[in-house]
Design a protein around this ligand. Structure first.
Ligand code: MOS
Length: 751
């Protein structure tokens, strides 16, 4: 794929592998991250976390720490009082039902590694040293962190505000399963995972007189952080500006404000000075994780391999103070044609911090179990695993009984299988070898939502022909800067270099957090609309210019390209966009796009909107050494219009790697005797490194969607991980003949 940037002579940008517009800034270290902003007199905070999972703080002694010269203050529940959010009900404040965790609220300990103190000093080193001098006594209470021991204590959560849909059963699954010719029944389990983006969570709060704050925060949504700060501390929005122009990965961990934001603002307001708090890698394990989940699948089919009944139960953990929900089982009622489906999702509250959305929350795990069970069913039926998927293919959404806005999973299967060479697979487990290595080929389907959320954009065109577009959205490494620049440049017919897209600033017009793979569709549509508005304004001006060639021409009869407006019929009739503004004497043209146009939403509402994938994986297994390596992956994705094949491919590559990680490596080990996650650094929390990552081929199948939005964009990112871990697990079975139903598949479970 040719990845070079386009030249100024062609302004069709959508669908081109344009290089990241922020790429140079990133690789030269000029892109600044939240913890890298400095100011004179900046203070530094170090957080102290609880070693016990549940109980009380009985005493705090800070006198030794405070004796250290340069130490400003130690904040604990003893001296932090009277914050607005301590006294109010904040049910609506954050994403989850329940009460969000409030640091320093009381002496109560709710989970291991709960932050209990903040030491603020003139330097990071001083703060770190002084933190070792703070003495905190605890009284431990009884605690329970084991999901396995408490599977019977699950409750069924209600439909939430966060996109959680209570699973709906249909038909008579139990009866259908009993009558099925062939049936499989299996339980799957996976432990906790922590997001672990490369960049640590950090907030730098620049303090100005009268409690005016400028905050550089690591977040997936600046408006989220801004609203959190104003409500917790009772500040006015105009006095709190949150910026996050660059984010070093997040994977969902930045969907809600993290406690370093609370702490740095607390200290800055109290000391009336600028403060930075950066969490350590160990502390990155103190908040948010993919919830430990137990799942049970029952699949029944007739002799021909048609699904007769599906039953899927998932039981996940949540904290005692919040109800964290995700759509785990729902996919099992939507991927295949089947009349009888029983779905059940339960939660068990435990003495842990609240889980948090992580890399395709719910689907990464729910589809994992479903697709492993489908493989088991294929072997019970003695048919090819891909053939089983094809036999049960559905053109409509069987849960909603309505059409998809578009669905080209079929081409994902076909092209994925062809590129992988699936037809050369020999069916029997342990039947493919390369020397002494066992070879395994496995596959899986994937499915994710194509979401759109209300979003706005603002654009300003100046007489030098430069366009600036802004929105309070984020680029968490996904390529937002680049694709928004492409959309704007193409819509207005400007060279790419004349367009600047800005994001990550709470003073910009509204956009939601970057999450759920919704940004390209949501903000992209807003950018399209605002640029269309500008285009209309420019054309009106062009018509009014003395001697305008467009007096009697309508906008439909001209082309905006290469920075010019040109008549479709007569290429001689042309005028530069910049010249239009210059000759009209306007300083600039500015437009704001309103929320998604109603017409669009009504049209959308009649259809199910999803992305799909088919993943094919090869593993090589060394039985002597107990080693499993993934040697090849083909991921075929159907996600509507691909604005930029280069950044999109990178999105899917990342997803595939996280899928391999989920299958073979990642696991935060919870010691239920201590109630504590034990492996809290990257030495012991394993993620795939280069040597673990194979050749990955990404295919985007053609999928034209005229319903979802005018760009036909469905969004990408999360679909990249879904189905990968199941394809790996199925490949491990094919190689070894052993079904491992507990993730990650480490060698002790296979050999
Ligand atoms: Mo993603 S888990 O929606 O940031």
């Amino acid at each position: 794929m040719n990845a070079s940037n386009t030249t100024n002579t062609d302004t069709s940008y959508i669908g081109r592998p344009v290089n990241r517009v922020d790429g140079v800034l990133k690789v030269t270290g000029k892109a600044q991250y939240a913890g890298e902003y400095n100011t004179s007199g900046l203070l530094h905070g170090i957080v102290i976390c609880s070693p016990i999972p549940r109980g009380k703080i009985t005493s705090v002694s800070t006198s030794d720490a405070l004796k250290v010269k340069g130490v400003k203050k130690v904040f604990t529940h003893e001296n932090v009082k009277g914050l607005p959010w301590f006294d109010l009900s904040y049910k609506d404040m954050e994403l989850l039902p329940g009460s969000p965790f409030r640091p320093f609220y009381s002496n109560e300990i709710l989970f291991s590694q709960q932050p209990v103190a903040l030491v603020v000093a003139e330097s990071l080193e001083l703060a770190r040293y002084a933190s070792t001098l703070v003495r905190i006594q605890y009284e431990t209470a009884e605690f329970e962190t084991s999901l396995e021991r408490n599977l019977k204590k699950g409750f069924t959560p209600r439909r939430g505000k966060t996109g959680y849909e209570k699973p709906k059963s249909r038909g008579k699954a139990e009866r259908a399963l009993k009558k099925a010719d062939v049936k499989v029944e299996a339980a799957y389990f996976h432990g906790a995972e922590h997001h672990n983006p490369m960049e640590m969570f950090s907030s730098t709060v620049l303090y100005e007189n009268d409690d005016k704050l400028t905050i550089y925060d690591k977040t997936q949504g600046v408006l989220n952080s801004q609203s959190y700060v104003t409500r917790v501390f009772g500040l006015k929005s105009k006095n709190v500006r949150v910026l996050s122009p660059f984010v070093g990965g997040a994977f969902g961990s930045g969907l809600r404000p993290q406690y370093q934001l609370f702490m740095s603002v607390l200290a800055a307001l109290d000391l009336k000075q600028s403060v930075r708090v950066t969490l350590t890698r160990q502390q990155m394990f103190s908040f948010g994780h993919r919830p430990i989940t137990w799942q049970k699948l029952e699949l029944g089919a007739n002799k021909e391999g048609r699904l007769m009944g599906i039953s899927h139960t998932a039981i996940s953990e949540t904290s005692r103070f919040e109800t964290y929900t995700e759509n785990v089982v729902n996919w099992s009622g939507r991927l295949y044609e089947c009349e009888n489906v029983r779905l059940d999702y339960q939660l068990v509250p435990l003495d842990v911090n609240s889980p948090l959305d992580m890399r395709a929350p719910g689907a990464a795990t729910g589809v994992l179990a479903l697709e492993c069970a489908m493989d088991e069913l294929a072997y019970a039926l003695n048919i090819d695993p891909l053939e089983l998927r094809l036999k049960n293919y559905t053109e409509i959404d069987p849960a909603m009984k309505r059409a998809f806005s578009s669905k080209n999973l079929m081409d994902c299967y076909k092209q994925g299988a062809e590129h992988f060479g699936w037809e050369k697979r020999s069916y029997q487990p342990r039947s493919m070898k390369d020397g002494k290595h066992l070879i395994g080929w496995g596959m899986s389907s994937g499915m994710w939502d194509a979401m759109m959320m209300p979003a706005r954009a603002k654009a300003r065109l100046t007489p030098d022909g430069k366009l600036t577009v802004s929105s309070a959205t984020a680029d968490i490494g996904t390529g937002t800067y680049t694709i928004m620049t492409q959309i704007a440049a193409e819509t207005l017919g400007l060279p790419l270099n004349d367009v600047t897209f800005m994001l990550g600033d709470s003073s910009f017009v509204f956009a939601p957090f970057e999450g759920g793979s919704s940004t390209a569709a949501s903000v992209g549509t807003a950018v399209l609309y605002v640029c269309q508005n500008i285009k209309e304004e420019v054309f009106k001006l062009a018509q009014k210019i003395d001697g305008s060639p467009f007096h009697n021409t309508s906008i439909e009869k001209v082309v905006f390209a290469n920075g010019y407006i040109t008549s479709e019929d007569d290429p001689q009739q042309t005028i530069a966009i910049a010249e239009v503004l210059q000759r009209s004497g306007v300083k600039f043209i500015e437009e704001k796009s309103t929320d998604l146009k109603l017409k669009n939403l009504i049209k959308q509402g009649k259809y199910s909107r999803n992305t799909h994938s088919a993943v094919f994986v090869e593993v090589k297994v060394d039985e002597d050494l107990g080693m499993i390596s993934v040697t090849r992956v083909v991921s075929a994705v159907a996600a509507g219009t691909i604005i930029n094949p280069k950044t999109s491919r990178s999105q899917v590559l990342g997803g595939v790697i996280w899928g391999i990680s989920m299958a073979l490596h990642e696991d935060t080990f919870l010691d239920n005797n201590l109630g504590r996650f034990m492996n809290h650094d990257l030495a012991e929390y394993h993620i795939p490194v280069h040597a673990d990552n194979p050749e990955i081929e990404v295919i985007f199948v053609r999928e034209k969607d005229e319903i979802i939005n005018p760009l036909g964009v469905k969004g990408l990112g999360e679909i990249g991980i879904i189905g990968v871990a199941s394809a790996v697990a199925n490949a491990v079975f094919h190689a070894t003949g052993k079904r491992v139903r507990e993730f990650p598949i480490t060698l002790d479970k296979v050999f």
